[in-house]
Design a protein around this ligand. Structure first.
Ligand code: ARG
Length: 403
């Protein structure tokens, strides 16, 4: 078989590659760059040594931002209200890159290195199946139950050296939208995350004491400027990751419900994602008509669940995106963000299409709101409640007379 393998350069995927070679398969290793740290020279080296017939390094960052993160921002996507879907968004992006490589190389199968306990296996398999239905999807780490020792043995035969003493005590996944950290001591949900669980963010206690302000400009709901400078989504995100990281913002410590039924404790660092979602939501509060805003908020929860649960390619997600895209048309304006130790807050917003009317909102003399309108409105608004209450008390009075 010719197998396209999602390759990270780590112990598990290198051992997988070696074992496929031993079994006589041809392996095309694909390393998809979604912004995770990694030494590309070393990755290439290891793949070749382990016997890959080709290694494809795909820089998917811009595509990831435009095709996956932009819709997530339009949806203010936060699973269970807190997790901005760091890994959930990258899996369909990686699957797309794998599918392209599979087509280019005429592969029969695609393999991912996920375990059987997580969400990522679902995201890869469902996405790959939607993209190329006839491709066989393999999950060697899940299905072989390869032990650490067996993996090391496979590695030894290839001559690839990986210093496993340098391996993190955690399972880490990262991309430009954030960093996810689990396992090790974090498996006890009462245990405070040790300092080494965090990498992108300063401890708020060590953050600069003087707050700093930055202004994010949006056009059609997308971030386009930072402090007046025109930048790409990716550049704005990187700058906010850096700034938020410095101030120790964007840390999330939570227990979440995985699709496979397990609760898991996760520690995330998403300074840029959280700052952008906060700013975007705030601009929407100024600009979106009330009913649209409320319905959108309801559908955002659904969008996040669908994407978390691996159904990026579902027709419902696509239809929701059409709805969100319509809501984002003309969503222009600026949001003032203030960073202080451990906090990112909105301190102001403005928009040429704002629905906020100061003359209606004000409690000062310049008030243009007609207070006489309120009297009749409140009477009619409360009419059904008043009627129900009156009927209930009449019934109570009647039952007392009978008794
Ligand atoms: N629990 C998160 C999710 O399902 C993060 C998974 C991260 N994966 C990892 N190997 N650490 O989206």
């Amino acid at each position: 078989m010719k197998i396209v393998l999602a390759y990270s350069g780590g112990l598990d995927t290198t051992a997988t590659l070696a074992r496929y070679r031993e079994e006589g398969h041809e392996v095309v290793a694909v390393y998809v760059d979604v912004g995770q740290p990694g030494d590309l020279g070393e990755v290439r080296n290891r793949a070749v040594k382990a016997g890959a017939c080709a290694i494809e390094i795909v820089d998917c960052r811009a595509n990831f931002a435009d095709e996956f993160l932009a819709p997530a921002l339009a949806a203010n996507a936060m699973y269970e209200g807190r997790y901005p879907l760091v890994s959930a968004l990258s899996r369909p992006a990686i699957a797309k890159a794998m599918a392209d490589v599979a087509l280019a190389h005429g592969a029969d199968a695609a393999a991912h290195g996920c375990t059987g306990k997580g969400n990522d296996q679902v995201r890869f398999e469902v996405s790959l199946r939607a993209l190329i239905p006839e491709l066989t999807v393999l999950a060697p780490i899940r299905d072989w139950e390869l032990s650490r020792d067996a993996a090391l043995e496979l590695l030894e035969a290839t001559g690839v050296e990986i210093d496993i003493t340098k391996r993190s005590p955690y399972s880490i996944d990262e991309n430009i939208w954030g960093r996810a950290c689990e396992c090790g001591v974090l498996e006890n949900p009462w245990e405070q995350p040790p300092a080494d669980a965090y990498e992108w963010t300063n401890d708020p206690a060590a953050a600069p004491a003087v707050p700093m302000e930055t202004i994010v400009g949006f056009e059609n709901g997308l971030p386009v400027t930072l402090d007046g400078r025109h930048l790409s989504f990716l550049e704005i995100l990187s700058a906010l990751n850096e700034l938020g990281g410095r101030y120790g913002t964007g840390r999330i410590d939570m227990v979440e419900n995985r699709l496979v039924g397990i609760k898991s404790r996760e520690v995330y660092e998403c300074p840029g994602a959280l700052a952008l979602i906060l700013a975007h939501q705030d601009l929407e509060s100024l600009v979106l008509e009330r009913d649209l805003a409320k319905e959108k908020a309801r559908l955002e929860i659904r969008w996040a669940e669908i994407v978390y649960n691996g159904l990026w390619h579902s027709p419902l997600r696509e239809a929701l995106d059409t709805f969100f895209a319509s809501s984002q048309q003309g969503l222009d304006g600026e949001v003032r963000l203030s960073f202080s130790p451990g906090c990112c807050t909105v301190t102001g917003r403005r928009s040429p299409v704002s629905l906020y009317d100061e003359s209606l909102a004000t409690y000062s003399e310049s008030d243009s709101f007609d207070h006489t309108d309120a009297r009749g409105f409140v009477r009619l608004w409360g009419l059904p409640v008043a009627q129900a209450a009156a009927s209930r008390s009449a019934a109570r009075a009647a039952s007392k007379v009978l008794a």
